[in-house]
Structures are given as structure tokens and as C-alpha cells.
Ligand binder design. Sequence first.
Ligand SMILES: [Zn+2]
Length: 416
Amino acid sequence: MDELFRLTDEFSSLKDDCSADGRIFFSQGRIVPHDGRIIPHVGRINFFVKQRTFFKTKVLFFDTFIFTKNTGNLSLIENISIKISIRSGYMIIKECEIPLKVHMLEALMRRLPPDHARQPILNLDIKKIKAGYSGEYRVLSTLNALPEKEYLLFHDLRLIGSPFPFQMDILILTSYFLLIIEVKNMAGEIYFDNTFNQLIRTNTDGKTEAFDDPILQVNRQRQQLLEWLKSKKIFNIPVETLVVSANSSTIIRAENRDINRKVIRKDSIFIKIGEFKEKYKKKILSTRDMKRISTLLLDEHTPYIPKLLESYGIPINALQTGVYCHKCYAFSMERRLRKWICRICLHSSNDAHISALQDYVCLVKPTITNSEFRQFLQLKSPSSAKKLLTSLKLNHSGHTKGRVYSLRSIIEDRTK
Ligand SMILES: [Zn+2]
């Protein structure tokens, strides 16, 4: 999703309009939530920002928000994620987004009974991914101060390399060099052990844990990126690497002092970029080359879609079927008179089936038939299932009963 929120002049004073309780007031704009629904022009929106620490100058990211639409009839939508970009120029090409895996894990937690044995580990895994993400977010926010147009930033790119795909936390593209940044967001003390090529973390309780050496990881990414560039006939552009510790309280120790050339704290990032700028004075890529490479990187970005049920050893029949209510979260939505009505809280919705399909695509598979749709959504009528599927304008193949609908557009809304 490119520009989710086009800002008028009124929005530039956004920060000043943020009230003490975290509400922000806008006057106009267009919102496209992750589930693909388009809410056209809105009269006035009240955002309730739950994560005010994410409130930075250029990119705002609200995990959960509530907004009211004061256009005569007031409506309240809860718990949908939205990203608002306030950007000038095109500096952040691929923006910082909550990883798809978090949405997938949340779908899994929602569809499993609350007392299911896997719930605690799912919760823990979401926390770990979110911690990694918030480190990357902090580093990207810092990098936002770099001059626009000269430094193109990409977050969480995953390219198909040989023999394996490779993923880079942050990639910076300049006319003179490329820089791959691996972000570590670990509390406590980290120790780089060169003998065994591992990273040992000791947390504040004294507990130790070993991880793969991020310097080796980022070097591997460099090799794969060079191969990838070669396959696109892009030669001679130097590729540098850095490991950045995003957490300012982390104590970094190493066996080998040379490590400070490769591992830095977030606050030293501009010094390091300045050194690369000094080192590479020859302009290699024209503005046109930069645009071409940006387009290639974005086109070839292939998000990783994990098979969660398999990796957590959960059988498909453990999943709760049905359509859940966005207000009380019970799987209690029933199709009545072309609407979804919650039999518990009477909340009504026109499109609650979309959230159910998002869960399906996250957990089961990227295609669905009419009978699978009815089974997963607990819908009895084949004709209303057909109407709902047709209304989504999904690509499909086959005819009548054998028709298979592709849910790719639904997952793309989650991954863009
Ligand atoms: Zn309800």
C-alpha cells in the first residue's frame, strides 16, 4: 500500500493537535485499513493512539485504534490496524510494518480455545517478533533524518536468492554504495564469541542464551545480495554491512576488538554512514539506476508466509470456525438479511466475513471453494456464500461447484 493517508496542509500540524490522552484530530483524508476496506472521505476522525512512544516525526504506526466517523451517523470500528504515513519525497520506499507473522499468530491465538496448550508459546513468540520489530522501527526512525532522495530505505526486504531466499532488516540504497543493516534489540549484555561464532546474551536475571552470529548472518546476506545484483546486471556497486544494537541500555562485549567496526550502537549510525561516504566517493548509480533498482527490489520482494499449524503441530480441526464479532470477539456472527449480526451483543457488520477469510488465508491456505467457505464461516446457504465470494471480486478458476477462489488479494492487503 503506497500512500495510505494523503495529507493535506492541515495534517502537517498533526503533532500539535495530539491531545494529552493520545487522541489526534484530523479534518479530512482517506483511510485504507489493512483488511482492504476503503473508507472514503471522512468528516472528522478521532484517533486513539495506544502506543504513543511510536509517535515520531514522519511515520506514525498505531497498533490498535478506534475511530469515530462524524458524518451524521456515528460509527465505531475497533481493533483494526492502520498505518499513517506523513512523508515528503520518497525516502522510505518500503516502510516499517508489523510483520505478517504477528497477524498470523494473532489469528491462530484467536482461533484456538483460550486454554489450548500452545497459547502461552504463541503469546511469547508474538512478543519476541514485536521486540525485534520495535528495534528495527527505532533504527529506521533515526535514519529518517538522512537527506531524502539520496538515501533510499527499505525495511524487511526478502529476495529469492540462491540457494535460499534471504531477508534484510534494513537496506540503504545510495548512488555510491549499498548498506545492509542487521538490527539487534536485546536487553542485558551481549557477547560476541568469535571462537564459536555465536552471540551470547545474558539478560538482567543472569540467564544466558546463544544466538547465531549476526556478523556472519549479515555477511551471508551481502554475498547473496551481490549475487542477486549480478543476476540483474548491476555490477560494481560496493555493499557494506553493519550490525546495529537498537537498545541503548545493552552492554556490548567482544573477544575481538575489531568487532567495533562491524557492530555499533544506534546512536553511532551517522558516524558510520559518514565513513562510508568518505570511503566511496565515486558515483556509480544515476538517479535512473536508483529508480530501476528500487522497482526491482520491490517487485522481487517475496514475503515469507510461514505454515503455522505445521510448525506448532496444531491439527486443523483444533481451529474454531465461524465469523467473529469485532465488538465482543465471540464467534457469534450470524448472517441475517444480508448483514452479519452478533447473537450476543447484537453488533451488526456488512463485512465481518473478510476478517474470517483473513484468518483462513493466514492459517489454512491461499485458495477457497464455496463448500470450504461455508464450512469455515459456518454458513449454511450455498447461494449466500456465492454472493459473498462474488462480492469480493476474487480471481477464480473452474466452474460451478468446482470453482476455486484465490485469496491472494486478501493476503496481499496484509503484506503490503
Ligand atoms: Zn458481539
